[in-house]
Write a protein that binds this ligand. Structure first.
Ligand SMILES: NC(=O)c1ccc[n+]([C@@H]2O[C@H](COP(=O)([O-])OP(=O)(O)OC[C@H]3O[C@@H](n4cnc5c(N)ncnc54)[C@H](OP(=O)(O)O)[C@@H]3O)[C@@H](O)[C@H]2O)c1
Length: 267
């Protein structure tokens, strides 16, 4: 498998939402595959720290771009920085999640989350996907979530945007399956990132999610890329999904999800 990604897709990968957690794990995995990197997040300092470490360790080229992916012009801004530089692998990892009752957040917050989680990845997939298709070569990973597999009370907008991304990935997998461009939706369950740990989830008994490390999620993404339209991370999550989505009525699955979230976040 050594340097397989570079041979198959090309030499540059862009990770949107790369400053920590899963995005940083994606960046490290790709650097270890000898890919040059474009790393995007709002905070430049952690991006530069990561970039310096990866440049030193793997001798790859790393470009950092500070950008709020919730800005309406974010894709234009990224295009302007990259000019005509090719992106061969796109990982859209950034996301915003507001936990709590829908009406307790003003619509501006929900709109911003919808742009970060849904509109900007749509624009980036359109722009970079178009170029990849013209070269008959490329890969796109969209980070989605188990929360988007059914209605998820108290995570309503986050869950809805994650459902959108999964369906987008699955749909384009079909459209592009013979083009040489691979696209996959990664439905992650609880992953031990700073974002998840800082959300301070409480134990909820039987339904407490089994947390897995970000490096394992990243490995699973590349293992499944090109093989299926979307996948669920970890055996525990796969089993939970079979129970909730094949064996239970929808109402029961939505109830379990909402009650578990309420308990996890002491709402
Ligand atoms: N961790 C989990 O348990 C879990 C479970 C299911 C799915 N996922 C999915 O996996 C992905 C990564 O999760 P994570 O836990 O690693 O997230 P995280 O720790 O919150 O990190 C998100 C990354 O995105 C960047 N980001 C956030 N908002 C941004 C914005 N407006 N513009 C630009 N960059 C932005 C952050 O950097 P800056 O703050 O510097 O901008 C950070 O690098 C997300 O798509 C999430 O939905 C995670």
């Amino acid at each position: 498998m050594a340097l397989y990604l570079k041979q198959r897709y090309g030499k540059t990968a862009l990770v949107a939402g790369a400053s920590e957690g899963l995005g940083a794990a994606f960046a490290e995995y790709l650097a270890a595959e000898d890919l040059d990197l474009v790393l995007i997040a709002r905070r430049l300092q952690p991006l530069h720290q990561l970039a310096d470490r990866l440049k030193e360790k793997y001798k790859v080229d790393v470009t950092c771009i500070s950008c709020d992916l919730g800005d309406q012009n974010s894709t234009k801004k990224i295009k302007a920085v990259l000019t005509d530089r090719s992106v061969n692998i796109l990982v859209y990892n950034a996301a915003i999640s507001y936990i709590g009752p829908f009406l307790e957040n003003p619509p501006e917050n929900h709109n911003h989350a919808a742009r970060v989680n849904m509109i900007t990845p749509l624009n980036m997939v359109h722009y970079f996907g178009n170029k990849m298709l013209a070269r008959n070569k490329g890969a796109i990973i969209l980070m989605t979530s188990m929360a988007g597999m059914q209605g998820s009370g108290y995570l309503s907008v986050y869950a809805a945007t994650k459902a959108f991304l999964r369906i987008l990935a699955e749909s384009l997998w079909f459209e592009w399956r013979k083009s040489g461009v691979d696209i996959i939706g990664c439905c992650a369950g609880a992953t031990s990132t700073p974002g998840y740990i800082n959300s301070d989830p409480a134990e909820t008994g039987f339904f407490t999610p089994r947390v897995i490390p970000p490096e394992k999620v990243v490995k699973l993404c590349f293992h499944n890329l090109g093989k299926r339209p979307s996948f669920i991370t970890g055996r525990g999550n796969i089993i939970a999904s079979v129970i909730m989505h094949r064996l239970m009525p929808k109402k029961m699955a939505v109830n379990i999800m909402g009650k578990t979230t309420r308990k996890m976040y002491r709402l």
